[in-house]
Design a protein around this ligand. Structure first.
Ligand code: MG
Length: 221
């Protein structure tokens, strides 16, 4: 019985995700997923500062209880909407649908969604995004792609963050890159540091290209 319920729930989520996708039209929508503390918000802060001159950016912040990340993002002068899941470990498409009512998507080129920090549950839920982007920090250890493969299978981009900590760690970037590519050969892997800014230009270039492509598409595309 439980299995049936879960399938029903995921099917219902998929329907709302399709509606979100239609509603978002030409807006490039990126769903950021990672464990707690991997650096999603820090990467977003850097990314917004780098791209807000060229693109109109909005952010939806998912968090279990607090507005701390939303407050950090609001400082950068972009539209931000907070979703509090009050205990749930992930965002779902209905939560995004409600948040989209609070944001003028017509006035956006890029929408970032920061999911709840969790390396398991967010991978299961399509919100209506174009891409999931996973953040894996050096501090978490190199075994995470093997232990939590679904997140890495779903992610179009993996940002290996906290590269500034590599000298103090036995994290083997090339081995991890190969492990990620074995799970999903289509994945782009960028090694970055949100602290120093190292490596982020390649991420920005990927985003710019994806945004230009999506923004030029028809609203129904
Ligand atoms: Mg955060």
């Amino acid at each position: 019985m439980k299995v049936v319920m879960a399938q029903k729930l995921l099917r219902a989520n998929q329907q709302v995700a399709r509606e979100n996708r239609t509603r978002l039209g030409r807006v490039l929508t990126v769903n950021l997923v990672s464990s707690p503390g991997a650096g999603k918000t820090a990467i977003l802060e850097r990314t917004i500062a780098a791209l807000k001159g060229a693109f109109r950016i909005g952010v939806i912040e998912g968090d279990i209880y607090t507005t701390r990340d939303a407050e950090r993002i609001a400082v950068h002068g972009v539209d931000v909407v907070q979703i509090n899941t009050t205990g749930l470990c992930h965002l779902d498409a209905s939560m995004l649908a409600r948040a989209l009512e609070e944001i003028d998507t017509e006035a956006l080129d890029i929408l970032f969604i920061e999911n709840v920090g969790n390396l398991v549950c967010p991978a299961e839920f399509d919100l209506g995004e174009d891409y999931k982007v996973a953040v894996l920090s050096v501090a978490e250890g190199a075994d995470k792609p093997a232990k939590y493969p679904l997140v890495f299978q779903e992610a179009r981009v993996v940002l290996i963050n906290k590269a500034d900590l590599l000298p103090y760690s036995d994290f083997d970037v090339e081995a991890v890159r190969q492990e990620i590519l074995a799970i999903n050969p289509e994945t782009e892997v960028f090694v970055v540091s949100a602290k120093t800014g190292e490596g982020l230009e390649a991420w920005y270039a990927w985003l710019k290209s994806a945004a230009q492509k999506k923004n030029a598409s028809s609203a129904t595309g």
